[in-house]
Design a protein around this ligand. Structure first.
Ligand code: DOR
Ligand code: ZN
Length: 399
């Protein structure tokens, strides 16, 4: 069947006859998610690659880059190999066509060993401030050594940029709180701004390719815009939750709206959108970080940070397209093309089929992610993926 692509070409794809002319469908290249937590090994009660891959395909993603904050953390040749074997086995079991790459976590001990693993990794993840898991590199001398090594070997560094000292100060201010509204005050915007500024300084000094994960404030994007103007190789990622949720959502979502970095103000949201349109922001990374409803039901202070997002990211963006906020071209740039360039990642040719007019409400019970919920439940969105085409085989989103 001949289908229109997002850039007004026509392509022959093996789709069900029922799609015919009555649907307003368009083909986009398979999406790349540079930032997921599929939880293997160690916390498979939250997600695994059987459920995660189904969620990814349902959301229009054909490649994902998985984060290393596992149990044990993915930090050396052995853990990379073991993790790869587990993932391949799970994908095989469900005949999933999902492609994947792995981030390696930076530690005090592994800096010299990383260059020899270059071909096995998509980049190095650095937690400048502590988040979920045990990975943390807040020592300035270690950070310098890491950026220097990565610059010399042309390996991308992905930073979780929240300054650990600022986070500690924040926690001291609200020692016993069980109010989730305090999360954005404890992990104050200054922690993110300070760490982003520091990371940019290091990238400039050591000529490191710097990928700033989940930027969330207006000040961070202003710093990044300046750095780009100064010719520093810095890239910025934004998450769907920072684009479509704000601090106000704690009222209704409680700890389901708790993640790191935290939700910010509506002004920040506006600044992020502006910089998506202006080109300062390069990618959408879902930071798909599932936790079970049981874990999320714990009081603030005990509930873990993180939200699932891979099944809803594209629909949220297509809904924004339908409202006139963004073009399909820009969506393809930030959800596919830019990741191929930043990470020198050459994906197989894959397509996703999107029904631009399909209206559906996000519902927890429709989610394939093992955690079984979405912070966007209840939202009516216009524009949904119907399926993906990989190796000339059609995989419907929902079966
Ligand atoms: O909210 C978050 N959840 N932020 C992170 O940095 C980690 C993630 C997780 O793994 O749960
Ligand atoms: Zn993450």
């Amino acid at each position: 069947m001949k289908i229109r692509t997002w850039d007004n070409q026509y392509i022959d794809l093996p789709l069900p006859d029922t799609y015919g002319a009555q649907k307003n469908i368009v083909a986009l290249p398979g999406l790349i998610d540079p930032h997921v937590h599929f939880r293997i090994p160690g916390t498979e009660e939250k997600e695994d690659w059987k459920t995660g891959s189904k969620a990814a395909i349902a959301g229009g993603y054909t490649s994902v880059f998985d984060m290393p904050n596992n149990t044990p953390p993915c930090i050396n040749k052995t853990t990379l190999q073991e993790k790869t074997t587990l993932i391949e086995r799970m994908l095989d079991e469900v005949h999933s066509p999902l492609a994947f790459k792995l981030w390696i976590g930076a530690t005090k001990e592994n800096i010299e060993k990383i260059p020899e693993l270059k071909k096995d990794i998509i980049g190095i993840k650095v937690f400048m401030g502590a988040s979920t898991g045990t990975l943390l590199m807040d020592n300035p001398e270690m950070q310098k050594a890491l950026f220097k090594m990565a610059g010399e070997h042309n390996i991308v560094i992905g930073t979780h940029a929240e300054d650990e000292e600022e986070l500690k100060k924040g926690k001291e201010k609200y020692p016993e709180t069980t109010d989730v509204h305090d999360h954005s005050k404890i992990r104050d915007r200054n922690a993110a701004i300070k760490a982003v500024s520091h990371a940019i300084t290091l990238a400039k000094k050591y000529h490191t390719k710097l990928y700033l994960l989940h930027v969330s404030t207006a000040e961070e994007v202003a710093l990044i815009r300046q750095a780009k103007n100064d010719g520093i190789t810095v890239y910025a990622e934004v998450t769907p939750h920072h684009l479509f949720l704000s601090e106000k959502d704690y009222d209704t979502l409680g700890t389901k709206a708790q993640m790191n970095p935290p939700l910010r103000t509506e002004e920040d949201q506006k600044a992020l959108w502006q910089e998506i349109l202006d080109g300062t922001i390069d990618t959408i990374g879902t930071d798909h970080a599932p936790h079970t409803l049981e874990q999320k039901a714990l009081p603030y202070g005990q509930a873990p940070s993180g939200v699932p997002g891979i099944e809803t990211a594209l629909s949220l963006m297509i809904d924004a397209y339908n409202k006139g906020t963004i073009t399909l071209e820009r969506i393809v740039d930030i959800m596919h093309t830019n990741s191929t360039k930043i990470f020198s990642y050459i994906p197989k040719e894959t397509w996703i089929i999107v029904d631009l007019d399909l209206i559906k409400t996000v519902r927890d019970q429709d989610m394939y992610t093992k955690c079984g919920w979405s912070p966007f439940a209840g939202r009516e969105l216009k524009g949904w993926p119907l399926g993906v085409v990989i190796n000339n085989i059609y995989y419907p989103s929902h079966t």
